[in-house]
Write a protein that binds this ligand. Sequence first.
Ligand SMILES: Nc1nc2c(c(=O)[nH]1)N[C@H]1C(S)=C(S)[C@@H](COP(=O)(O)OP(=O)(O)OC[C@H]3O[C@@H](n4cnc5c(N)ncnc54)[C@H](O)[C@@H]3O)O[C@H]1N2
Ligand code: MOO
Length: 388
Amino acid sequence: MVSIEEALKIISEQQVELKSEFRQLHDCLGYSLSKDIIAPFDMPAFDNSAMDGYALCGIFSEYDIVGEVAAGDMSEIKLKDGEAVRIFTGAKVPENTTAVMMQERTSVEGSKLFLELEPKVAQYIRKKGGEFEKGQVVLERGYSITPAGIGLMGSLGFNKIEVFKNPLVNLITTGNELVEPGKPKREGQIYESNSYALETACAQFGFKCENKKQIKDDFEAIKAGSKESIENADVLILSGGISVGDYDFVKQALEENGVEEQFYKVFQKPGKPLYFGRKGNKFIFALPGNPASSLSCFYIYVLPFLQKFSGSKKIGLPKYSFPVKHDFENRGDRPAFLKARIINSEVEILDGQSSSMIQSMAVGNALAFVDAETSVKKKEKIECYLIS
Ligand SMILES: Nc1nc2c(c(=O)[nH]1)N[C@H]1C(S)=C(S)[C@@H](COP(=O)(O)OP(=O)(O)OC[C@H]3O[C@@H](n4cnc5c(N)ncnc54)[C@H](O)[C@@H]3O)O[C@H]1N2
Ligand code: MOO
């Protein structure tokens, strides 16, 4: 049995072989950059107008309108003192522009422009290189790509992005009692739900499960199924059958497949029987079958590993401290990740903390950490991992 800190350290210290690939710009959300993104030109690339209005030369109260520049135009106009051009947002400002005046503050009579107020030098001009300059690193290697990052890379003209390959994930659920949702079940059976929660938890962070298998509590079947997944995937996630019961075959099956245990059992609640193993450059997490245990172990242990394996610098769930809404006592002898809800900057520890209960996790948005045999007083701050 290891502590939470030891388990996380063992996971974070695994040497993983990162590979890179080019992906289309629209298809790299959830991937991480394998190279810095360097601006190929200044941003903006030319001085341009921030408003629909008039580009002015010199500071006067009236001007002669000498032309028009729309967004996308290649303006050849060189303004002289007292001249103005009609201009639109994003259009290149002509040479010698002193300022832009928004059209709401102007009036026009024939070709004469009158201003309601005096312009300030450089107002409403977005200067060339004002955001960043050519050659500047705008996104660093290891940056986990977001929609804004995609927008930025598109604005720099990149249509293919070099990213780290995401690990190939396989998922195996084990249990004789499990029935696929949508099918009839008889007394003693339950619906298989962990694979859905785990697959979508992967997807929440941009990781795809390429293959899902459901296997009975049969040693040979689990051994054969996990052998195949270890061959085909980078990371195998199993759920169930990892405790000490007569039908818990996962650990032994993994051992017989040549998987080397990195740790087994973590001193925590939920998720005590968590197993982590490795075979070469393949990694195996066997999560306890209880629904809240398996998902909580995914968030705390599997997610940081998948992120590391994808070359991301962003590791683990966002973690913040919040004051508790009410007194709380963890009477258990294990440190606990508690299903919790953060509202109005306060954290409420929810009812339904049993490892088999997932409704509290579904309506919650965080896992709150409270050490073993510890009381926390109302307003005392505790660490919370945000799950949504
Ligand atoms: N004698 C002991 N018994 C148990 C211990 C222990 O230390 N000594 N630990 C308990 C703890 S803590 C946990 S957590 C569970 C974990 O057991 P397993 O990983 O072997 O999981 P299973 O027995 O297969 O299932 C546990 C529970 O979860 C349900 N389940 C399993 N798979 C799914 C699924 N895919 N979808 C929905 N629900 C699932 C299953 O029906 C069981 O109710 O062991 C304790 N026992
Ligand atoms: O450690 Mo288990 O996940 O409490 O039921």
